[in-house]
Design a protein around this ligand. Structure first.
Ligand code: ZN
Length: 288
């Protein structure tokens, strides 16, 4: 639905440009295309990293692997900000830009190998490692709900790419680890784990709007927050959830407390950050 509205707007801009002045086209295109930001995330051209690439242009929209990407205007320059999946192949990657006059172009960047080591965890509740048929129905339903949330696009919010750690705790460099639960291989770890005592407050690392909350089979008590233009964050295993869908959040607002709900080995916050529906390393957003 968002995409449909966007196309209509693009069509309108094009029409105006024919009828009126070039200046008007440039102004209109700017409000639709990129978002003016005060910070950029760190670029890291590896699987699970972020490509921050100057476009040297004023593109209206961009796509990578069939997902809309963030176009940000920083210091008068347009940048494509692209989340690179953990399963991306090493070497050349391509993304596409579209312009107000209807033409499009492809740009490329190259990613390098990054070693992610194995992590072996023992889960005493074996149903959380080998769910039964009933559990699988729930897991698939929740997975679809999360995919929908991660695909959200909100033009009205300005993404803030420099974030505060959501919990004052011990940050593990656990993003991307090849995970084994009870010696069975599972998906790589798609977030950062921050260990802290049960009940430790969790603060919003950046402004946004709460998209959805719920109790999930693997993730336990969960919040998904929209920061605008495809930047979306996830908070899991919480003890309490202190916000509701639609709550407007400022940096530093308390959104919940650390817990050990869902599949865990102890109390911690699992925090993940998404760009273009891709889980990337949250450390790339943290200010030191
Ligand atoms: Zn985790």
């Amino acid at each position: 639905m968002h995409r449909l509205i966007f196309r209509q707007k693009v069509g309108m801009v094009y029409h105006i440009s024919i009828c009126l002045s070039l200046l008007l086209l440039v102004n209109s295109a700017y409000t639709l295309a990129d978002v003016a930001v005060t910070t950029l995330p760190k670029s890291s051209l590896v699987p699970g990293g972020i490509a921050v690439i100057p476009t040297h242009a004023g593109a209206l929209s961009g796509r990578y692997r069939n997902q809309r990407i963030t176009l940000a205007n920083f210091d008068g320059e347009q940048y494509a900000i692209i989340g690179i999946p953990l399963n991306a192949e090493i070497g050349s990657q391509q993304f596409d830009l579209s312009y107000a006059d209807g033409h499009s172009e492809s740009l490329q960047f190259s990613i390098e190998f990054k070693e992610y080591i194995e992590q072996h965890l023992t889960i005493s509740n074996t149903r959380q490692v080998n769910p039964n048929t009933e559990d699988m129905v729930r897991i698939n339903r929740e997975s679809a709900k999360m995919t929908r949330a991660f695909s959200s696009w909100d033009d009205s919010l300005t993404p803030v790419f420099s974030m505060q750690a959501p919990v004052a705790g011990i940050r593990s460099s656990s993003f991307g680890l090849k995970r084994f639960f009870n010696e069975q291989p599972r998906n790589p770890h798609s977030g950062m784990d921050i260990a802290a005592d049960e009940g430790t407050p969790i603060y919003a690392p950046a402004p946004g709007i709460i998209l959805t909350t719920g109790n999930y089979f693997f993730n336990g008590n969960t919040i998904i927050m929209d920061h605008g233009h495809g930047l979306i964050s996830l908070y899991c295993h919480m003890n309490t959830i202190d916000v509701e869908p639609g709550t407007v959040i400022r940096t530093g607002d308390q959104i919940g407390r650390v817990g050990q709900t869902g599949r865990v080995t102890g109390p911690h916050l699992h925090w993940s950050v998404n760009l273009n529906n891709t889980r990337v390393d949250p450390a790339l957003f943290l200010t030191e």
